[in-house]
Ligand binder design. Structure first.
Ligand code: DHB
Ligand code: MG
Length: 223
């Protein structure tokens, strides 16, 4: 029975070539991580399309993303919200933000995306302070130790019916290690526990295998 990472990757390649069909801009956005020496941490093509699907299913018009990197997921989300929608994406590093802006330009969606540079928690506070309208859809995919902080900000920047998706909540199974000294695992566990305890949220998490190994998404709805 096929059960290796090699098989997961092979199946992802099949699904991408049959269903997802990345265009030139998405392929290019993925490639820029390599040439710009950015971390290879973008969502996979099937996951990017899932974000697009979720945003489309709820007719999201305003999207907030924590963690831009090359802009790969921002392209999917910007395409989901359409020309009248908007994506605000928060990126710590200016060089990544510049790469992302080029990729968003190539994808033809730069006019509907704002990239805020600096620590994402600070950028999110700024959005709260400036009385930003609630976002319909939030994607949390930045540094994992800060996940609880990003969730707190997301709760201030959403409304009942908004959806919050968080990447990398399984981490090759290490999420179950309650005594982990890995700050990323601790951040993910704290995030999940806060979600579970918050009566304003209902959530699940889905494990995934594929070209990014064994990981998963948490999906929460604001009640
Ligand atoms: C890492 C971060 C991510 O968001 C991801 O999807 C994969 C890996 C990382 O920091 O290594
Ligand atoms: Mg991620």
């Amino acid at each position: 029975m096929p059960d290796s990472e090699f098989d997961w990757r092979r199946v992802d390649e099949y699904l991408v070539s049959t269903l997802v069909k990345e265009d030139h801009a998405l392929v290019e956005a993925r490639a820029t991580a390599l040439v710009s020496h950015l971390p290879m941490a973008e969502v996979s093509p099937t996951q990017g399309k899932l974000l697009w699907m979720l945003a489309r299913m709820m007719n999201a018009r305003r999207v907030l993303e924590f963690g831009t990197l090359t802009g790969y997921s921002a392209i999917w989300l910007a395409r989901a919200v359409g020309p009248d929608g908007h994506v605000t994406t928060l990126e710590l590093e200016r060089p990544s933000a510049e790469v992302a802006l080029q990729n968003l330009e190539l994808a033809g969606v730069a006019d509907r995306v704002t990239v805020m540079v600096g620590p994402a928690a600070a950028s999110a506070s700024q959005l709260v302070d400036q009385g930003e309208e609630p976002f319909d859809f939030v994607f949390i995919d930045a540094d994992k130790p800060n996940n609880p902080r990003y969730l707190e900000a997301a709760m201030q920047l959403t409304r009942p019916g908004s959806v919050i998706v968080c990447d990398n909540v399984v981490r090759s199974g290490t999420v179950t290690d309650a005594g982990s000294d890995d700050e990323r695992v601790r951040g993910v566990r704290a995030f999940l526990e806060i979600v579970a305890a918050d009566p304003r949220l209902e959530a699940t998490a889905i494990q995934t295998v594929g070209s990014k190994g064994w990981d998963g998404f948490a999906i929460a709805i604001v009640l």
